[in-house]
Design a binder for this molecule. Sequence first.
Ligand SMILES: [Zn+2]
Ligand SMILES: [Zn+2]
Length: 286
Amino acid sequence: MFIDSHAHLEMPQFDADRDAMLARAHEAGIETIVAIGSGTGPGSLDCAIQLADREKAGEPNIYATIGIHPHEAKLATEKDFDELSALARDPKVVAWGEIGLDYFYDHSPREVQRSVFSKQLELARAAKLPIVIHCRPSADSHNAWDECLEILRQRWAPSALGGVLHCFTGLMEHARPALDMGFMISFAGNITFPKAQNIRDAARELPLDRIFIETDSPFLAPVPHRGKRNEPAFVREVARQIGELRGISTENVGFRTAQNVSRFFRLPSKGTGAMPIPSPSQGAAR
Ligand SMILES: [Zn+2]
Ligand SMILES: [Zn+2]
């Protein structure tokens, strides 16, 4: 069994075959998907909650996040922050995100990204939710990592709520301080790309009980699907790569990382019926 800890299920890339895509995921042993709710920003902030409310037999369990992505930071208003705080109370919402800094695309001015990020840290803390971090530096730089970790140290670590560094592309020197702040590290399909040796190095070195796997669907399809649309069933390829690196089976990586996600997000165990405790940028990887 596998958990895809990060997918954008609402995106138009899935409009033609969303039901079949979710059935394929279930068929492939994906028992749960965390649907990321950043959508296309204000106006679609409840998109993941709508998917989590499907609860269809023959599909994975779906949980939701809410938050404004750094790409859309420039669109955020006080009204949107109020809406997010209200949505945060939905029982299907397990985290606030994805939030953070993207200095690669710079779709929003960097000072706006930093202030919208800091504002959402405040709101997530009030909602007592862990966070999902998106951090992407400009080319050949660690700038966004340095600034993101500094903001987390100052404004998030004291909350002790922790979070996830999603689609990790940094170095161990970025992962270590995050682990110290209670973060999990999530690996996506780019771990299979030939040039991604630094990602594989981190995935080999990190403690197995601090690792998540994800697809970031519809983006970043792993080898051998690279270049095509990604979907949650392909999270097995991420598990396969981590298993190869660590000398354990794909299934074992799936099981262990699924346990990590369930524990971290306090997902109800299956069958109890308990509730959990509480594009403007088409084509740009999120
Ligand atoms: Zn992202
Ligand atoms: Zn994403």
